[in-house]
Ligand binder design. Structure first.
Ligand SMILES: Cc1cc2nc3c(=O)[nH]c(=O)nc-3n(C[C@H](O)[C@H](O)[C@H](O)COP(=O)(O)OP(=O)(O)OC[C@H]3O[C@@H](n4cnc5c(N)ncnc54)[C@H](O)[C@@H]3O)c2cc1C
Length: 462
């Protein structure tokens, strides 16, 4: 009899081996393991896990199907709420959403909801199970800007309702952060992201790449000249922030976004591509979120000795617990309670080191986390050849500055209703990181769903 208090363990690549390759770290469950883990679900009547999911997946419903071995049935249940389950099963912070509400977690370990979702979705991709298409088109035309999780979700939900949807994407590849930000070893592109986007295409959604809204055309033109009746903006928050310290413009200093884009989208890690990347010998990554962990683990795989520099303590690290654990296992060194003061530059303009200062934690600040305070006289220098800044991002102001009547706040985020994505401009809706600032895949998907609901409420009246 299995120990019902404990999860069925998931198989992973050995840390020493994976630190030198870009293959996926986690292997996921096989059918037997998934069915065993599913049998731990108590199928609660008042399922708290559903409340923890921003897109309200019927979690006990799909898990009950897995328990019975009906994986296609489980995929249909998930498909009612989510168009991207293979992605969410891999990158959602389940530990702070659905799984932290699981009753099993009171006495033992919560049900491994994310790994079960991933298993079901991978099964559907491998067996080419088709999503449910709209029976007929309703004659309304909608534009979606951006092919990240918010845009894909909004487009998929509208297509299922019979809308004629076109997604306009600035880059040559679809997927937003899913392709240019999150590395291959956490989220495989060919095997998972591309295939899951194919499923959105199968719903009838059309995609146009290399179209920068605000340059190639504008929202006003889409509505006035191309007959789009409504627009959803899911353009993300891709503009990196810097610290403003001396030396930050030196050669060898990257934003995490640029570093990861070179590696993920432009395949700098692959010898058959000629994209340059500074595969430094000693790299410091400044920051403590998922983006910092991804940049650090990428630099490690490119052969560097990697140090995270973070100004608070381990308890405040914003990255997912699993990512921090994996980074440590692979050999990333954590310099906690440490903050950069200056990037040291050699006579040729290249990074040669960093002056840092030790910090201690004071009273909680506005974010509720204890404020880091410098310890006077504790500065010291570390030798480096590359610095990656992973300090957060803000939305690019291009769309707001080229759309009449679109309100933004002081953080450059588009102002939109949480419930339906309505912006200050009639027939224009928005959601995801473009509205909230940098957040998570599942919150962006939730906002895409809300936007689709808002657009449907508007256009179904016409
Ligand atoms: C490195 C990294 C790791 C992350 N790890 C995780 C994680 O583990 N778990 C998690 O939940 N979240 C993670 N996140 C956050 C998550 O990826 C984002 O919150 C999410 O992708 C936001 O989705 P979105 O659709 O709002 O925007 P995006 O994914 O940013 O997509 C926006 C799209 O719009 C396009 N676009 C922008 N401007 C225009 C324009 N003018 N015209 C046309 N197209 C335009 C962009 O090219 C992009 O494709 C991570 C983020 C990064 C950067």
């Amino acid at each position: 009899m299995a120990d019902m208090l404990k999860r069925v363990p998931v198989r992973e690549q050995d840390p020493k081996v994976r630190a030198t390759n870009f293959d996926e770290v986690c292997y996921g469950y096989n059918k037997e393991e998934a069915m065993e883990e599913a049998s731990r679900c108590l199928n609660c009547k008042n399922a708290k896990c559903i409340q923890g999911c921003p897109v309200s997946i019927n979690i006990p419903g799909f898990i009950a199907k897995v328990k019975d071995g009906d994986i296609e049935g489980a995929y249909k249940v998930i498909g009612e709420s989510s168009a991207l389950p293979a992605i969410c099963g891999r990158v959602c912070p389940q530990e702070s959403q659905c799984e932290c509400k699981c009753i099993r977690g009171i006495k033992g370990e919560p049900v491994s909801i994310g790994k079960l979702e991933r298993f079901v979705a991978d099964y559907a991709l491998e067996n080419d199970i088709k999503p449910q298409k709209a029976e007929k088109m309703n004659g309304h035309k909608v534009a979606v800007i951006g092919s990240g999780p918010s845009g894909l979700t909004c487009a998929g939900d509208l297509a299922k309702l019979g809308y004629d949807v076109t997604v306009f994407e600035a880059l040559h590849e679809l997927g937003g952060v899913l392709v240019y930000g999150i590395p291959e070893f956490r989220l495989p592109k060919e095997k998972v992201v591309k295939k899951e986007i194919e499923k959105v295409k199968e719903l009838g959604v059309k995609f146009e790449t290399n179209v920068v809204i605000g340059k190639s055309t504008t929202i006003d033109q889409l509505m006035e000249e191309e007959d789009f009746e409504a627009v959803f903006i899911g353009s993300g928050a891709g503009l990196p922030m810097f610290m403003g310290i001396p030396g930050e413009t030196a050669n060898g200093v990257f934003s995490a976004n640029e570093y990861l884009t070179r590696s993920n989208l432009m395949k700098a890690f692959d010898d058959s591509y000629d994209t340059p990347i500074a595969a430094g010998k000693k790299v410091a990554v400044v920051g403590g979120g998922n983006v910092a962990m991804d940049a650090a683990r990428t630099a490690l795989r490119l052969g560097a000795d990697v140090h995270i520099v973070y100004r608070r303590s381990e308890a405040e690290l914003p990255a997912r617990v699993e990512e921090v654990h994996h980074a440590k296992e692979e050999g990333v060194v954590f310099n906690l309670l440490t903050n950069p003061k200056e990037i040291l530059v050699d006579e040729n303009g290249w990074v040669k080191g960093m002056k840092v200062i030790k910090m201690e934690l004071g009273e909680p600040d506005a974010s509720g986390r204890r404020r880091p305070i410098e310890i006077p006289g504790s500065e010291y220098e570390i030798e480096l050849d590359t610095v990656i800044m992973a300090l957060g991002t803000t939305p690019n102001p291009l769309i707001a500055s080229t759309t009449k009547g679109l309100e933004t706040n002081r953080r450059k985020c588009i102002v939109a209703e949480e419930e339906n994505g309505q912006t200050s401009k009639a027939c224009v809706f928005a959601g995801g990181d473009a509205v909230t600032g940098a957040a998570t895949v599942i919150l962006a998907m939730g906002a895409g769903k809300a936007g689709a609901k808002g657009i449907h409420e508007l256009l179904s009246q016409k």
